[in-house]
Ligand binder design. Structure first.
Ligand SMILES: O=P(O)(O)OC[C@H]1O[C@H](O[C@H]2O[C@H](CO)[C@@H](O)[C@H](O)[C@H]2O)[C@H](O)[C@@H](O)[C@@H]1O
Length: 370
């Protein structure tokens, strides 16, 4: 597959993030909480203390953010040369291949994992107004009657819940560092009579994240359009409403704060840089945790489907490839380096795909109820 230079360099900066996935299975400790949830803790594993905030690395991220802006993608000549049809051959539309997907899932329990921004809601300028449509909510509600369904988001869990407003789902916020999962079917259910399991991989970092948030707000306030979002266990600094010529300046402001915090690292999203603990925990780990809580730890008869649009979703796509179970669907209008198997272009197509899953499942649910 011919790859444009810009994708190669994006990939390089992603590799530079060095998000290692090799976490050995830790032991699990559980305690019942006042909220009725079983709280689970595991020994924290840290990523190697890499040089995460080097000047070169920061500029590489800003460059790749520029290269990824849709207007740039449409006008950049070497991307125009990119063989879109070859990319589609490797990552066909999940709608076009619906029957193939269903065939692969036969005899297995489908479990749905959905990213929020850019997957269930369209990308908008103001992160506080990234509402999901009523039609999408209705579809996700129906989906959850057919399959166990979880939202896995970079957002703080409460915030993403306030957008989705469906109590029947499981939620993993802060890039999977704050999970409310099922107790039903979980091996943890014997520990208490809680409503579910709660797992906060980065609880030790709460105070540090608060401190960094305050400093970032202060440091970036002179940059028009910059917005700092507190996502509980991580912080997002938004570039979307900042003039492009100011992006380097904003990135340097972030760097100047972060260099004092070797236990925090940066990751990149869509016109956003995100600050999070260096622990070995991400959306892929959250997916595994939720499968485990659902009682599918070592099962071969489970078929997880993860739909997401962002680089942070790649951690989950990779886990599915490694497990050889289910598959990832990347939401993107443009060719992107990805470990997902299929693609959908935008949230409307995601909704269509979810509707088809419901339509396919519902007759058998009805038959089983007779
Ligand atoms: O994991 P996700 O649910 O996709 O969350 C990732 C980040 O999404 C949000 O930012 C993105 O969406 C905004 C609203 O459309 C957009 O303005 C921004 O440019 C995007 O990066 C959210 O605000 C972040 O905190 C999440 O980490």
């Amino acid at each position: 597959m011919k790859k444009p230079d810009v994708l190669a360099s994006d990939n390089k900066s992603r590799v530079n993030l060095a998000i290692t996935m090799a976490m050995s299975k830790p032991s699990i400790f559980t305690t019942a909480t006042a909220g009725g949830y079983i709280s689970i803790s595991r020994p924290t594993k840290f990523l190697k203390n890499l040089e995460i905030c080097g000047e070169g690395r920061i500029s590489a991220w800003v460059d790749s953010m520029r290269a990824c802006s849709p207007t740039r993608i449409r006008t950049t000549p070497y991307l125009a040369d990119y063989d879109q049809s070859s990319w589609i051959d490797h990552h066909p539309s999940a709608l076009d291949k619906f029957e193939q997907i269903i065939d692969a899932s036969k005899g297995k329990q489908i479990v749905m994992f959905l990213d929020y921004d850019g997957t269930l809601s369209p990308i908008v300028d103001d992160p506080d107004r990234a509402f999901m449509s009523d039609a999408m909510r209705k579809t996700v509600r129906k989906l959850a009657t057919c399959f166990p369904t979880a939202i896995v988001s970079g957002r703080c869990r409460d915030k993403v819940y306030s957008f989705v407003r469906l109590a029947e789902l499981y939620y993993a916020g802060s890039h999977g560092m704050d999970i409310i999962g099922p107790a039903k079917g979980s091996k943890y259910k014997e520990v208490g009579s809680g409503r579910g399991v709660q797992f906060q991989a980065a609880s030790k970092f709460l105070r540090m994240i608060d401190e960094v948030y305050e400093q970032l707000v202060e440091k970036t306030k002179a940059t028009p359009g910059a917005q700092v979002e507190h996502n509980k266990f991580c912080v997002s600094v938004h570039f979307r409403r900042v003039e492009e010529k100011k992006w380097n300046e904003l990135a340097q402001q972030i760097r100047s704060v972060l260099k004092e915090y070797p236990k925090l690292r940066l990751t990149q999203g869509r016109k956003v840089l995100e600050i999070r603990p260096t622990i070995k925990w991400d959306k892929g780990k959250a997916l595994e945790f939720l499968l485990e809580s659902l009682g599918f730890a070592d099962c071969t008869n489970v078929f997880p489907v993860y739909i997401g649009d962002d680089w942070t979703d790649e951690d989950a796509f990779k886990i599915l490839r490694e497990r050889g179970q289910g598959f990832g669907i990347l939401v993107s209008k443009f060719p992107k380096e990805t470990s997902a198997s299929y693609s959908l272009q935008e949230p409307d197509e995601v909704m269509e795909f979810l509707k088809r899953l419901v339509q396919w499942k519902r007759p058998s649910v009805l038959r089983a109820q007779l």
